[in-house]
Design a protein around this ligand. Sequence first.
Ligand code: LLP
Length: 400
Amino acid sequence: MINFKNLAKKYETPLYVYDFESIKKNYLELKDAFKARKSLICYAVKANSNLSVLKLLAKLEAGADCVSIGEVKRALKAGIPKYKIIFSGVGKRDDEIEEAILRDILMINIESEAEFDRVELIAKKLDKKARISIRVNPNIDAKTHPYISTGLNENKFGIDIENAKKLYIRAKNSNYIEPIGIHFHIGSQLTKLEPIKEASAIIASMLRQLKVLDIDIKFFDVGGGIGIRYEDEKIIKPYDYAQAVLETLKGTDVTIVCEPGRYIVGNSGYFLTTVLYEKENNSKRFVIVDGAMNDLLRPSLYKAYHAIEAVDVKGESSKCDVVGPVCESGDFLAKDIELPKLKNGDLLVVKSAGAYGFTMSSNYNSRGRAAEVAIEGDEDRLIRKRESFEDLIRLEKEFL
Ligand code: LLP
């Protein structure tokens, strides 16, 4: 049992707490599921990019899936080797592409023909060969929240199959591009195996067609997206996930790349927040806490559910909204949940907050971002300080 009260006392709230043993367990479980094959788990840095989290994963020999040069630099700084780093994303700037090529990372994941042109041009200027994969859009409905579904043609991600084939042929004939990977990612928080199977089969068939064209792809990247249990979702087991992908790859000799973010860190993280007051408006009950949408945006942005528990508070519970101090009606951590009567100083723990929690936080309303703490067994340590007022204004110039 994690002693949330002690942690809140020692580090104050709002506070993120990450259980490193749980992160390790989740990573190893997934790695193990793919053991029948050569595999590389490239952790999706966007889910939680704290350097200590990355360092833990580096020690476990993970790679990194990055969507900005900032994330690439974080991964490198944490000790993830360059040959295990992938750079994805629909909109890469020239300077980011250049740096990725110069830093010699495993591959750049290309998402459009125009981007292909830029990468080729920049590689030519540098007189280097850029290793690439192409993100292919299999046009599959992932059956998840529309904001985090990415595998349909109507989404901005990836390239349709026919155009992707043309680009592979161009790549093969280019002096500056070396196609080594094929990639798809149909969405996040996936709880159904069928769409993954379907997408994997489509991309595997394309892989075979490329082989016939003498284009030898070494990395089959299935993206991320394995869902976790926030409430009572039925989730995909790593073993079944791996089997589903492996079945589509019979007779091929590719390294499987997988880019999980949420699965590794989501349920390993907690967000602690302290009750300020209770209030009732027209018989609706509000619990006002010191954490807000700037700390944990998911409930406001996606109406995402995060279980919330009161620590060591007994008594009859009733329905309430848990809301923060930010000046927006959309500033809530939960709606219509049951909690006991609370008073100033009581502690709430928001669960499953390890993924897309801190990384999506902001300074809105001039609120310093929360501190982050790692726990390992009985030990705890601060891995990011709480932001101070000085941190908030540090980059601003005097206007007088
Ligand atoms: N690979 C690619 C290409 C991605 O776009 C993503 C997530 C991942 C891997 C990792 O997905 P995961 O395993 O974590 O599901 N902010 C949203 C999630 C956005 C996900 C964006 N892409 C949320 O809070 O639910």
